[in-house]
Design a protein around this ligand. Sequence first.
Ligand code: GUN
Length: 292
Amino acid sequence: MQIISGAAVAEKVLEECRRDIAELAALGRKPGLAVVLVGDDPASRAYVRSKDKKCRDLGLHSVKLELPATTTQEELLAHVHALNNDPAIHGILVQSPPPKHIDEAAIVRAIDPAKDVDGFHPVNVAKLALEDPTGFVPCTPLGCQRLLIDAGIETSGAHAVVVGRSMIVGKPMALLLMAKGKGGDATVTVTHSRTKDLAAITRAADIIIAAIGRPHFIKAEHVKEGAVVIDVGINRVDDPTTEKGYKLVGDVAYDEVAPKCKAITPVPGGVGPMTIAMLMANTIKACKQAKS
Ligand code: GUN
């Protein structure tokens, strides 16, 4: 059984980023990322801070906007427009989910698609479906694909089952796996909360991508012997024995599933570090594709 280290692959991606940043610096250019958080959800706040910190560690230009939960739609749109027009900013990310009074779809559509390093804008969703390499692909599924490639997992002709149909992970993951080329060419099944007899479908999978957002949802009965399991889940569950009072667990019941697998990603240290590494890579790509 192979434990796929997201931390190690993420470090490789970040090394590539450092090379690219040095090349851009020689041309007098510096990629810039703006991360915007509305409200005070603790998990979102932690994500936004770690994105900002990673940018600074790499020597990218980073702008972090932490806006109050009372921020109006118009105020948030004004921030997005200002960032669209800021030549020092190449990537814009508005942390999801925003507070309920915010129309998230309208915010995403307001982001310049050339700066949409999340890959959530309809132009980038279309480019992914069209296999246009100038588009931006959402960071988490992009990181999952890179993990499969670097771990030497053959996706061509494999049956990949994606559990979850979100715009952030499930849908783009399915498009990436079915696209032509490296890390693609798979036969893809997408399952979700309404799927009947899920276990029968996941048991037919060579590769399972678990992106449901429910702790320990995928059990041994869902997995065939020799499968590859990528666990996208980051769920906070109460744990009074820890200092914080919670721990992070995946969507996969790791202890019972891992012994059946050919390869599996752990939580933490699996997909998590990849997401942020791919965000850095997307920001560099946005800078390279920008005119200034
Ligand atoms: N919330 C959870 N994952 C993501 C992500 O990749 N991007 C943004 N903007 N919000 C998220």
